[in-house]
Design a protein around this ligand. Structure first.
Ligand code: HSE
Length: 308
């Protein structure tokens, strides 16, 4: 096999109480990539559609992630990468991670899978770092592993896949404005209040327990963010009315997807998710900002080969 076509799914990072450690992979929304094995060594990005992103390997998240796996695998060949973006950059649903994860997944497949998916997270994280200014795996891990993932530790990287409740749906409203992850990180405080930390880690434990036990009431109680959301929501016009509308429609919880500006809601069952999507759309219309809305099941598989 010398060429592979890949689907690289969108993801929601943080999930309110899990800043930089929790994420989930979404069905149906994602980019496509084509990766070709070539005799000339090195990585060349030959084509990008759907976004104005750098073609230079060292400036592109897919290029940097590809260089990371190449440095470890030391293959006697090179690769060409085509990126067909459907997820907008700066959308908050893991655009850069999809490219980084797709690059390392595709190269690994074409090399005969020298690495497992957990090992690929480390390489993809190197690409993600150039988009946000720091290495974090809460988008690349769910993109590569599927489902919900928890980054238990970064040094060394320790990623755990968490069971997804069967009736869970995600709604993502994506306002057509860009919030750069680096800018959304710049508004955060480097220190946090102990009381707030206690609330946050209680909720994170509660959310993980709720996901494992399919306890939707516990998931509802735990989907809170007392540290990041209060600082970041001012970057997102219409955040409060949209979040409140989702909660009024019966969502289990709602918040900022990744670094924003997308706003997510998690819901039990399709009909509640449809009600939440409708309520969120109606609320967001008031801002006058164009938006997309996605209603997704949880994607258990993660990045995958597209078989024609
Ligand atoms: N955890 C990251 C953040 C996700 O919120 O900054 C976005 O890349």
């Amino acid at each position: 096999m010398n060429e592979i076509k890949i689907f690289c799914p969108a993801t929601i990072a943080n999930l309110n109480c899990g800043f930089d450690v929790l994420g989930v992979c979404l069905e149906g929304v994602g980019d496509e990539m084509i990766i070709r094995k070539v005799t000339a060594k090195g990585i060349t990005i030959t084509k990008i559609t759907g976004a104005d992103l750098p073609l230079e390997t060292e400036k592109n998240v897919a290029g940097v992630a590809a260089l990371a796996i190449m440095a470890a695998a030391k293959p006697d060949c090179g690769f060409e990468i085509e990126i067909h973006k459907k997820i907008k950059a700066g959308s908050g649903i893991g655009s850069s991670s999809a490219s980084a994860a797709g690059a390392v997944y595709g190269i690994n497949e074409l090399l005969g899978q020298p690495f497992n998916r957990h090992q690929l997270v480390d390489f993809a994280m190197k690409g993600e770092a150039i988009a946000s200014g720091c290495e974090h795996a809460d988008n690349v891990a769910p993109c590569l592993l599927g489902g919900f993932t928890l980054v238990r530790g970064y040094n060394p990287l320790d990623v755990i896949k968490i069971k997804s409740p069967s009736e869970l749906y995600a709604v993502v409203l994506h306002p057509q404005i860009e919030v750069k992850t680096a800018d959304a990180r710049a508004v955060l405080s480097p220190t946090i209040d102990l009381k707030a930390a206690i609330t946050q880690w209680g909720n994170l434990g509660g959310l993980v327990a709720g996901l494992y036990t399919e306890d939707y009431e516990l998931i509802h109680r735990s989907l809170q963010d007392v540290i990041i959301e209060p600082l970041r929501k001012k970057l997102i016009p219409g955040f409060d009315i949209t979040k409140n509308s989702a909660m009024d429609a019966g969502a289990l919880g709602a918040g900022i997807s990744g670094a924003g500006p997308s706003i997510f809601a998690l819901c039990k069952g399709q009909s509640t998710a449809e009600k939440a999507a409708y309520a969120m759309s109606n609320a967001y219309l008031e801002t006058g900002i164009p938006f997309d809305i996605h209603l997704c099941r949880i994607n258990e598989e993660g990045v995958k080969t597209i078989v024609n």
